[in-house]
Design a protein around this ligand. Structure first.
Ligand code: ADP
Length: 203
């Protein structure tokens, strides 16, 4: 049972996964919002039942799971439908994350929420004790996303532009991990934050 939960966020390719892996290597449980978003509409879940009530059976695949491409097409050009879908999924994601963190053992836990700044920030997640933002300049983000995902630069730029700005993310941060150096610098910075969080969680 761990009541001290840190929110981890950052822009696309800022290094959230790299940071999560390092906390995990130090024995810290990390709950992941992307995973929770899948679980929220898993086969047999209330979330999936609500989605079908709202959008019809047409968003189900033959095996009864959510047909994600069909769902994406359904909300693509319909902001109102997207809002309604998010109204089903987002509260469940928050609940699943909170539960997973509360039930995990360890001195503190981490909820990794890529779109924390975009989805209501601290107000939507009042149970987060601190927010850690992984921060890099946009030029570094662009380089890393191109390298990692092998997409073209126009698409990469667009993916960065639809997210919150660096300033909007920094505005909700208690702690900022600047990930502009080599990966071994990241080890040291995560270790320093781990010491801080262990001390804070111990009161
Ligand atoms: P996110 O989870 O925020 O999208 P990742 O952790 O996947 O970002 O990092 C994006 C890419 O950049 C990955 O290929 C990762 O290995 C690489 N990367 C992350 N941090 C560094 C770093 N400090 N130096 C070099 N490459 C890095």
């Amino acid at each position: 049972m761990s009541m001290y939960v840190i929110g981890l966020t950052g822009g696309i390719a800022s290094g959230k996964s790299a940071v999560s892996q390092r906390f995990e290597a130090l024995g810290i449980f990390v709950a992941d919002a992307d995973q929770a978003a899948h679980d929220a509409v898993a086969v047999g879940s209330d979330g999936l039942a609500d989605v079908v009530d709202m959008f019809g059976e047409g968003v189900l695949a033959a095996d009864g799971s959510l047909d994600r491409p069909a769902m994406r097409r359904r909300v693509f050009a319909d902001p109102d439908a997207r809002k309604r879908l998010e109204g089903i999924i987002h509260p469940r994601v928050r609940e699943l994350l909170h539960e997973a963190c509360l039930h995990a053992t360890g001195p503190y836990t981490i909820a990794a929420v890529p779109l924390l700044a975009e989805s209501g920030g601290r107000k939507a997640y009042p149970w987060l004790r601190r927010i850690l933002v992984v921060d890099v300049p946009e030029s570094v983000q662009l380089q890393r996303v191109l390298l990692r995902d092998g997409i073209d630069e126009v698409l990469a730029q667009r993916m960065i532009k639809v997210q919150a700005t660096r300033q909007q993310r920094l505005a909700i941060a208690d702690d900022v991990l600047v990930n502009d150096g080599a990966l071994d610098m990241l080890d040291e910075r995560v270790a320093a934050l781990d010491r801080l969080y262990r001390a804070l969680a111990a009161g």
